[in-house]
Design a protein around this ligand. Structure first.
Ligand SMILES: N[C@@H](CCC[C@H](N)C(=O)O)C(=O)O
Length: 291
């Protein structure tokens, strides 16, 4: 385990879904759930929706099997310290970080995640495109409740679980300070990210999200993919049936993402990813001290 007094970090965001990036190439850092929650605290810490620890795939037990395909593993944690399988905005920011740090060249690269290897196209500047893999549409659906209102939802898995509910007005989701009701809870034994969706125009929707482990965020990349997939089923534009790719523009509170589903069921996401700051964290503070 590394014992340096200071730990490097960077801060970045993708459509205002913000992350603290912790470079840990050799996997030496014992990044506990409590330490992640401390970093993500918006008052007493740096503030972020989640943490992206950058570890060489060969140095991480969960990623070693992917090391032939991807040099780097994105160890993603939610703001409360919990582990999640995948983060769509995170993987764009992660790729931007690799370029920024000189650890990868512009062009095509692969990133190992708990949901498998994701292929990313990243230019020197501008948007980043990620192959998000195949969406799964598991059996079972849940009813979402906020206050007096309820909606049926569509179960979409993008490596992580989503419940997509079409609503009349995004304000009906309320303040989203608490997680919406999801019943029956057994549909999502590991918890779920909940998206609320309204139409904005042809193949254009807007969403809000309450994320498992992070609360309401200003964007969720896997959530936007889940929304596009659910909307294509609703609209009858499912590429597996039409044989034609379909692209949805998904507005989130922090910007806009373009999501394309291909006839083979794979999903691509394009959107911004920026690094905004770099610094060091005090190890004693991270371990729970007040230093
Ligand atoms: N914001 C992310 C999703 C992060 C993980 C999620 N909260 C979960 O627990 O599944 C994204 O951009 O996809």
């Amino acid at each position: 385990m590394s014992t340096a007094a200071r730990i490097d970090f960077l801060k970045g965001h993708g459509t205002e879904n913000d992350f603290v990036i912790v470079p840990d190439p050799d996997g030496r850092l014992d990044l506990t759930a409590a330490a992640v929650a401390r970093i993500c605290d918006r008052r007493a810490g740096l503030g972020a929706d989640g943490v992206l620890r950058a570890v060489r795939a060969a140095a991480h037990p969960e990623a070693r099997a992917m090391a032939d395909e991807a040099e780097w593993f994105m160890d993603y944690r939610n703001g409360d310290g919990s582990v999640a399988e995948m983060c769509g905005n995170g993987v764009r920011v992660f790729a931007r970080y690799l370029l920024h740090a000189g650890l990868a060249e512009a062009g095509d690269l692969a990133v190992a995640t708990r949901a498998g290897v994701r292929r990313v196209h990243v230019a020197k500047t501008g948007d980043v495109t990620v192959g998000m893999g195949r969406a799964a549409l598991p059996e079972g659906s849940a009813v979402i409740t906020v206050g007096e209102r309820t909606w049926p939802s569509r179960n979409v898995n993008m490596g992580n679980p989503h419940a997509v509910a079409f609503v009349e007005d995004l304000t009906h989701a309320g303040a989203l300070l608490d997680a919406p009701g999801v019943a029956p809870a057994a549909v999502y034994p590991e918890g779920v990210n909940v998206e609320f969706v309204v139409d904005r125009g042809p193949r254009h929707v807007a969403m809000r999200v309450h994320e498992r482990g992070s609360g309401e965020t200003r964007s969720c990349g896997t959530g936007a993919c889940a929304v596009a997939v659910a909307t294509a089923r609703r609209d009858g534009t499912d590429p597996a049936l039409t044989g034609t790719p379909v692209t949805y523009t998904v507005d989130v509170l922090g910007g806009t993402l373009e999501i394309t589903e291909l006839p083979d069921g794979t999903v691509e996401m394009t959107g911004p990813a920026v690094i905004v700051a770099e610094g060091t964290l005090d190890r004693a503070w991270l371990a729970g001290g007040t230093a």
